[in-house]
Write a protein that binds this ligand. Structure first.
Ligand SMILES: Cc1ncc(COP(=O)(O)O)c(C=O)c1O
Length: 439
């Protein structure tokens, strides 16, 4: 179905630009109305297949499951807010109990907040509190949020940091971005030079490992460009953390909650973190952030960290239904996510053979990126071509989002039907073919 840009859409966008502070929107004139399953509709009845899951929020389908919606509606009439950090309520406790069943043994404490950035703020504070150390390590290209603590870790774009310093004490190190290896090497003959670098330089010259509280890692870099590291990279980081007695924090805000074919994205690498952070898909459309810590780290003293809305009953009512669904359907969701992800990656790799502007295809489960380049040899990033592909696809009824300098992310709901995958890929290939031909 061809997108129709109506007066209604134009008017809402014009009103928006007068009163809403500019954020991160691109050129997509999508004005939301309603949706379910694999589809969303705008205010003029234009219909789209969702390959965005609204940035990893609708992992279980657009507008989430019926049971989550019904639980939230019921809770609205009972009591919306219980000041859960000051009084008690059973629902957040039940949700935490259900959530922890999805975690490895030994994870027993949950802190509730309302977003990914807050989940990471809590992780920064807990890592400092539990280790009594001051510094953090984080990766170039990373995204952990935009409030001052998490922004200190974030380094995927200069615009995100410019004018906002000085920051917390964070030392940044290169991520294993193998398509553009910062050391000019190739995997696996590189011998994991990026892991060695951390030991040889930052930890030998800039900051003592004894003063580092934690290293923060996205198991798959999200906003930085959907970068999937080799297993040895994450394993190497775990070893460095252990050797120096600091904590490993896995930021699962985008990669977690089954997105990569495992509930915890870090499980793909055969290691465990000490603290996990989650948000986005957890509330399936209602704001919720989670910071989950190992029992052995202990508990926080009263007053060290808290908030107003953490454990909000409406958000938790939905999240509890979703986690019960995920737990019950765990095997099926894992298998389907991996199978659909492999299918899409195979199809994209075939497209890569056909079109010069596709430089790299990579992904884990249904967290898939296509990196666009001017040509395969020079690998010069092609943000304009990437954006044109998004707009062309949108005009043909497919909703997607960019990430990193020139990557297109494909993150449909995990529950997407095969037919809609096929239709979406056909629209995408038509767009790529057109943009490729226009060069
Ligand atoms: C890995 C990661 N961490 C943290 C965040 C921040 O989450 P929020 O926007 O909910 O603050 C994001 C958001 O995209 C993310 O992808």
């Amino acid at each position: 179905m061809k997108f129709k840009l109506t007066d209604k859409i134009k008017k809402i966008i014009a009103r928006d630009s007068k009163v809403i502070m500019t954020t991160t929107r691109g050129d997509i004139a999508f004005v939301a109305s309603h949706g379910a399953g694999d589809f969303v509709y705008d205010v003029s009845g234009n219909k789209f297949i969702d390959f965005s899951s609204f940035i990893g929020v609708y992992n279980l389908g657009v507008n989430s499951t019926k049971s989550a919606r019904e639980a939230a509606k019921k809770q609205i009439d009972l009591l919306m807010h219980a000041a859960f950090t000051d009084y008690y309520a059973e629902l957040p406790v039940e949700f935490a109990e259900n959530l922890l069943l999805m975690f490895p043994n030994g994870f027993g404490k949950v802190f509730f907040s309302n977003s990914g950035t807050e989940a990471n703020e809590a992780a920064i504070k807990y890592s400092k509190l539990f280790t009594k150390r001051q510094y953090s390590l984080a990766f170039y290209n990373s995204f952990h949020g935009r409030t001052m603590g998490s922004l200190s870790l974030t380094s995927s774009k200069l615009a995100q940091r410019e004018h906002f310093g000085p920051f917390n004490s964070v030392v940044h190190v290169p991520y294993a971005y193998c398509y553009r290896c910062p050391f000019g090497k190739e995997y696996p003959s590189c011998g994991m030079a990026c892991v060695d670098y951390i030991k040889k330089y930052p930890l030998a010259r800039e900051v003592s490992g004894k003063e580092v509280a934690a290293i923060f890692v996205e198991p798959v870099q999200g906003e930085g460009g959907y970068v999937v590291p080799p297993k040895e990279f994450i394993q190497g980081i775990r070893e460095i953390a252990d050797d120096n007695g600091f904590l490993l924090v896995s930021d699962e805000v985008q990669a977690g909650y089954m997105r990569t074919g495992k509930f915890l994205a870090l499980d793909n690498f055969g290691v465990q973190a000490d603290i996990y952070t989650m948000a986005k898909a957890v509330g399936g459309g209602l704001p919720i952030g989670l910071t989950i810590t190992r029992n052995s780290l202990g508990d926080a003293p009263e007053g060290a960290h808290s908030n107003t809305y953490g454990g909000n009953l409406v958000a938790v009512a939905a999240a509890n239904e979703l986690i019960k669904y995920v737990k019950k359907n765990r095997k099926r969701l894992e298998q389907q996510t991996r199978r659909k992800g492999k299918y899409i990656i195979d199809r994209l790799n075939q497209m890569k053979e056909r079109y010069e502007i596709i430089g790299d295809v990579r992904g884990l489960g249904l967290m898939i990126g296509i990196e666009f380049v001017k040509d395969k040899k020079s690998k010069t990033p092609a943000p304009q071509e990437r954006d044109e592909v998004i707009v062309e696809s949108f005009n043909d009824g497919l909703l997607m989002l960019p990430c990193g300098p020139s990557t297109l992310r494909i993150i449909p709901p995990l529950t997407i039907e095969q037919k809609n995958i096929e239709d979406g890929l056909e629209i995408l290939e038509t767009a790529i073919k057109k943009v490729n031909g226009q060069r």
